[in-house]
Design a protein around this ligand. Sequence first.
Ligand code: TXA
Ligand code: MG
Length: 379
Amino acid sequence: MVGVAGFEPATPASRTQCSTGLSHTPTWNAAYSLGCRSPQAAGLRKLITVNVGLKTQILPAGEAAVAVAARILAEGGLVAFPTETVYGLGADATNPAAVARIYQAKGRPAFNPLIAHVGDIAAAQAIARFDAAATALAEAFWPGPLTLVLPKTHACAVADLATAGLDTVAIRIPAHPVAREILRAFGGPVVAPSANISGHVSPTTAAHVQSDLAGRIELIVDGGPVAVGVESTVVGCFDAPMLLRPGGVPRAEIERVLGRALVQPPADAGTDSVQPLAPGMLTSHYAPRARVRLNTQRLEPGEALLAFGLGAISGIDAASIVMNLSERGDLAEAAANLFGHLRALDSKGVRTIAVMPIPNDGLGEAINDRLRRAAVGRE
Ligand code: TXA
Ligand code: MG
């Protein structure tokens, strides 16, 4: 912690309420009481706020980084690490104070439940109950970019704060070797939302994490760019399995394993006014600062173009900048580039990002879902 001359660390009386409603001793933006000793100055005694940045270590993925990550997690710290979908911001799932720090670091709405990442099916079964459909999906897609929402077991050790008090828990076994090593070394469930400021574009490189969360978390493990690029598909294993969030496993593949169509969530679940079934469904989410205009056929002068394929588009000569999600029209490549390209265009300070139409099949459903959320309130 950075000290300030003449100031003393806050007493417990200056503990504050974080967005989750939990009392905590802040580790940054910490309140310091003014240590005035003279009688005249005593009347000036007051609380002021200073920025106390954590030092965020960035380590290249490897044995040493995995060991440091496991130790920080065990101590209640926050570690960003690569998964195959996006970078996650991990904390010990069983430690409510560590979980609270995730919400605090991300500035995340308190009602957003988190995904518990585990290393193997036995660890998953210790925290959630699997029916036949869940077992079939786990066998087909784990490790991989699928999250299952399941009833908690009685012994479920995941903190209530991480499941937002629900009697269900979201679980996934990630495929990324670095994520798997960290889970193995730590030896317990790790809750991890995407490692970005809440509502911002999800991170697909360590540099993205750094630009959002440096000074707010203990460690970033740099495992290079991720392979999938959109978050996991979230399936609620209710009486009828429900697609809560399209993602890295296309709907059709899941339906093939289930032998039935996935049910759609109720129409009002995607608004901010009700507690969402999967708050990744918040209407505005994944948002860059720029306005996002979808299904563009014609570019206005000065707009940035987020292209897909090599199809013609009128007005392209007057584009301020053009980035292509996939020149060869490959949806997997487009998914991997999506958040990075949105961030890159946003960092140029463009006012509008116009996006070419993207087919809705396969990974296109997840890409279009994220783009619609990026566009909300800005169209
Ligand atoms: O690919 C991913 O899923 C990434 C990586 C890091 O694993 N994680 C991620 O987490 O995207 P997050 O927190 O951004 O999204 C979790 C989603 C949200 O839509 C949340 O509402 C939903 O899962 N979710 C979690 N627990 C739930 C529950 N018990 N019931 C319904 N939805 C739940
Ligand atoms: Mg997220």
